[in-house]
Ligand binder design. Structure first.
Ligand SMILES: Nc1ncnc2c1ncn2[C@@H]1O[C@H](COP(=O)(O)OP(=O)(O)OP(=O)(O)O)[C@@H](O)[C@H]1O
Length: 164
């Protein structure tokens, strides 16, 4: 049990580190927060909410994998190397594909629900399957990671060639 908690702690650290050091991760996080908030207050079906959550998770996951690949490449060489370039460019391309997909998904799901806004009936937030509780928990987790990322930045992040 202690080992499991420790591995969650390391994962939380990793996410906060990526958020503290990667500008693109901060952009994805902010966009994800706004979209999840919209999914909470706007009336959209559960299947569409799962598509939104999946698209967001894909972008954030790939941004973290991209950050990990950048760091491993920088650890192996800080000299220019064609293979280092391929590794970093392909990892960045993976994030780009997921981000374009997420924008398309958000557009297709929200375009007819925002003008005029179709508000969700608040009852549906607290009735099974407790979609409001789920989405608000995700938002709270994102706030917690952001708070931790701010602490990392205030403490002074590790200086590293990748990221900004
Ligand atoms: N060691 C290297 N050898 C060859 N090309 C490199 C090397 N390091 C970086 N590059 C090139 O510079 C680009 C930017 O690399 P960098 O490590 O600065 O990523 P980044 O700008 O921080 O990316 P991101 O915005 O995803 O965080 C890479 O995509 C790659 O084309």
């Amino acid at each position: 049990m202690k080992g499991l908690l420790r591995s969650f702690h390391y994962a939380f650290d990793g996410m906060a580190y990526a958020l503290a050091t990667q500008r693109n991760m901060r952009i994805h996080f902010l966009a994800a927060f706004v979209v999840i908030f919209l999914a909470t207050v706007v009336s959209i079906p559960i299947l569409q909410i799962t598509t939104v959550l999946f698209s967001i998770a894909l972008v954030i996951t790939l941004e973290m994998v991209n950050t990990a690949i950048e760091h491993v490449v920088d650890m192996v060489t800080e000299d220019f190397h064609p293979l280092a370039k391929i590794a970093k460019d392909v990892a960045a391309a993976a994030v780009l594909v997921a981000a374009v997909n997420a924008v398309a998904v958000a557009y297709l799901i929200f375009y007819d629900k925002l003008n005029p806004v179709q508000w969700r009936s608040m009852d549906t937030l607290v009735q099974p399957p407790f979609i409001g509780v789920l989405l608000i928990s995700v938002l709270c987790l994102m706030v917690a990671v952001s708070g931790y990322a701010v602490r990392i930045r205030l403490r002074g992040k590790d200086v590293h060639p990748s990221g900004s």
